[in-house]
Design a protein around this ligand. Structure first.
Ligand SMILES: [Fe+2]
Length: 236
């Protein structure tokens, strides 16, 4: 049997298995993995109350960049669902879809971690404060290392994360040049967006002024909860 005939039979078989005995409406149901039903999470704080970050900047970031990524992820999942029924999608087209799936998934999750980590008083608390001091020598030493990492990204783009690594069972400051470079087994506890869109409206090119005010708004209670959850996960 030639390749073309094999593909035709495969497509027919796949289509038949998807449609056999199924009412027309149900044929539109996608597999859960490509449901494309992500919905934006609302801000958990009053954007007019942050220290040193304007409501205009925060709302623009949330609406245009975060919600934009949620919508894009839904669209990519819709296309991946359709591609499951079409074995003839070219591998280069499929590569683009898979790359964009990874890119948008990272963007959505990291933005949610970023926004949910804001709205606090900037005062480290609980086990997280102790854990940072034990891992880095002191909270101030960690903060200096985190800011140094952010400075290395200033003028570029990407993320700085305080993460708990499930494999090494230890805290780290990880650097990510885009939405797709999370350290293997690293669970982000605190995420700092260093893409220009997160500060340029208020601070122009003065990225480190933005990093200073970021720390004044961190909700360490949330970060502490994430740390507790991550340590539990590492024991499973
Ligand atoms: Fe962003």
């Amino acid at each position: 049997m030639d390749q073309s005939s094999r593909r035709t039979i495969l497509k027919a078989g796949l289509a038949a298995s998807l449609t056999a005995g199924v009412p027309a409406l149900a044929q539109e149901v996608r597999p859960p993995v490509f449901a494309g039903m992500h919905t934006p999470k609302p801000l958990t704080f009053d954007p007019s109350k942050l220290v040193g970050l304007s409501e205009r900047l925060v709302m623009s970031h949330w609406e245009n960049n975060y919600v934009g990524s949620v919508n894009a992820l839904n669209m990519i999942e819709e296309r991946l669902a359709k591609a499951m029924q079409d074995p003839d999608v070219h591998q280069l087209v499929y590569a683009g879809l898979k790359r964009e799936e990874l890119h948008r998934t990272g963007s959505v999750i990291l933005h949610e971690l970023y926004f949910e980590g804001l709205g606090g008083d900037g005062q480290p608390t609980g086990g997280m404060a102790i854990g940072i001091a034990q891992a880095f020598g002191s909270f101030e030493a960690w903060q200096a290392e985190f800011m140094r990492t952010a400075r290395a990204l200033g003028g570029g783009s990407g993320w700085v994360m305080l993460s708990y690594n499930l494999y090494t069972k230890s805290l780290h400051t990880y650097w990510a040049p885009d939405h797709m470079h999370n350290a293997t087994m690293g669970v982000p506890l605190l995420a700092l967006d260093m893409y220009e869109h997160s500060y340029h409206m208020d601070y122009g090119t003065k990225a480190m002024q933005y990093v200073d005010v970021f720390f004044k708004n961190v909700d360490w209670k949330i970060v502490n909860q994430r740390y507790t959850r991550a340590r539990r996960m590492s024991e499973i």
